[in-house]
Write a protein that binds this ligand. Structure first.
Ligand code: ZN
Length: 136
């Protein structure tokens, strides 16, 4: 295996916006991670926890792990449009949850002492979507 990927990290916790990772089909070897003000939107959120989580998504993306491939939000997945237009059904919500959980599992390896409440706060909403089929 040979792969060369650049991960660009942009942290600005004063700037409003959504923390997240962007991979792009046009530039598959560039992964951009932005950590923004909303990294503190839950009481136990930390910028380092948020970054570790996004790096977990980056690992899943780089190695094309099943949790990444099955996530309806990923740009190569045929579910993407339906997901974005109508939101998740229960099955989609489960697949989103699986990818989110994996990213947190990686984050816990990177930051062994991290506050587990940060993980739980994040996963709670995704778990709820599985039950409700995204009906909010
Ligand atoms: Zn995530």
């Amino acid at each position: 295996m040979r792969k060369k990927v650049t991960i660009e990290v942009d942290i600005d916790t004063e700037k409003p916006g959504t923390t997240g990772m962007q991979g792009n089909l046009a530039t598959p070897n560039l992964i951009k991670i932005e950590v923004r003000k909303d990294a503190g939107s839950f009481p136990h959120d930390t910028p380092e926890g948020s970054l570790a989580h996004e790096l977990g998504h980056a690992i899943a993306t780089i190695f094309n792990l099943p949790e990444f491939r099955d996530d309806p939000r990923t740009s190569t997945n045929r579910d993407t449009l339906r997901y974005r237009m109508y939101g998740p059904d229960s099955d989609m919500a489960q697949r989103v949850y699986n990818h989110e959980k994996l990213a947190w599992d990686f984050a816990r390896v990177m930051l062994p002492g991290m506050d587990q409440r940060e993980v739980e706060d994040s996963l709670r909403d995704y778990r709820r979507d599985i039950k409700t089929g995204g009906d909010r």
